[in-house]
Design a protein around this ligand. Structure first.
Ligand SMILES: NC(=O)c1ccc[n+]([C@@H]2O[C@H](COP(=O)([O-])OP(=O)(O)OC[C@H]3O[C@@H](n4cnc5c(N)ncnc54)[C@H](OP(=O)(O)O)[C@@H]3O)[C@@H](O)[C@H]2O)c1
Length: 299
């Protein structure tokens, strides 16, 4: 089968189209004909070797951590999915999503409702799932104020939608090009920049950080609010906070799909690339300034 991956740890020059054997599902796994693969910053971080300790791979490796697709084979012990089911989920360890076929753990897969598009479903396991989990971690109540650093990206856009649906006020720190978008999502725009913190004067009850570094330091120091950071979890712990505690279960993904089906969550997909151009898709995400999600459409 055709896939897109990398031959060694490094920059984009290590990426290429691969012709690799069809993967086989093990016990508790499903083989999926990929319709759409989500593209995330984690993909280039794995390629760059930044995740060597947590994401084991065999080279050459296929890129991508999340897909939607149709089940074509089930491994032993899988009762909840059958051939022909339309599903989405997180790829199993050692498997990638930018491919004609991939393997998912049944326990990290969910049925795709008819009303949820292939593209939307493919973006739920990583960005929307992370947004859901960080908000759950903060457990803010209606009427409280949430500060989101890096609010206009994939995770941030979902955080804004989920928080507003719960009646939480949101201060959204984002680049000027994303002002219209975050305001459309019901947040109050705060212009990103070295002095952004000076324009925040009201009490903040929680921080979701998607940027890290000095941006996080300024917010944590000034507000003293509980922080969850997926960009800089080490610094978050220094402020008494944490990284994300991810829930990649069928139940969690089923709930996310229901939120999309009921209109609470609406993934914005701005860039769709064919598999042959997956490198361009990842380069857009690696640049760090996309508005809306980037996906690879395989079929
Ligand atoms: N641990 C996990 O489970 C997990 C899961 C998902 C994501 N993550 C991490 O979370 C981070 C965000 O992911 P994502 O998918 O949302 O990425 P993304 O779609 O690329 O969005 C990143 C956003 O950060 C903004 N940004 C960058 N520098 C900024 C600054 N100084 N001030 C304000 N905004 C700034 C960018 O906006 P501008 O264009 O306006 O700069 C962009 O909208 C990444 O580091 C990713 O690896 C971790």
């Amino acid at each position: 089968m055709i896939a897109y991956g990398f031959s060694e740890y490094g920059g984009p020059e290590t990426e290429y189209l691969l012709d690799v054997p069809m993967p086989e599902p093990g016990a508790g796994q499903i083989l999926v004909a990929v319709h759409v693969a989500g593209v995330n910053p984690a993909d280039w971080k794995v390629r760059a070797g930044n995740r060597k300790d947590t994401v084991p791979i065999t080279l050459p490796a296929v890129l991508g951590r999340e897909v939607s697709g149709t089940v074509v084979e089930t491994g032993s012990g899988v009762d909840e999915f059958t051939v022909g089911d339309e599903v989405f989920g997180a790829t199993a360890s050692g498997h990638g999503g930018y491919a004609q076929y991939t393997v998912l753990n049944a326990s990290s897969s969910a049925h795709k409702p008819d009303s949820v598009s292939w593209s939307a479903a493919a973006t739920l396991p990583v960005a929307a799932g992370t947004a859901y989990d960080v908000l759950r971690g903060l457990a803010l109540v209606s009427g409280s104020t949430l500060l989101v650093l890096g609010a206009g990206g994939g995770v941030g856009s979902s955080v804004l939608q989920l928080a507003r649906a719960k009646g939480i006020e949101v201060l959204a720190v984002a680049g000027a090009g994303k002002q219209e978008w975050v305001e459309y999502l019901g947040a109050e725009f705060v212009a990103a920049g070295p002095q952004y913190i000076d324009s925040i004067s009201r009490p903040v009850h929680g921080i979701v950080d998607l940027v890290g570094g000095e941006t996080l330091r300024a917010a944590a120091e000034k507000t003293g609010a509980p922080v969850v950071s997926v960009a800089d979890p080490v610094q978050a712990t220094q402020w008494g906070g944490s990284g994300a505690h991810r829930d990649r279960t069928t139940a969690a993904f089923t709930h996310l799909a229901e939120l999309v089906a009921t209109g609470v969550l609406s993934p914005r997909i701005d860039h769709v690339f064919p598999l042959e151009r997956a490198g361009e898709a990842l380069a857009l995400v690696e640049d760090g300034h996309t508005l809306g999600k980037v996906v690879v459409q395989v079929r």
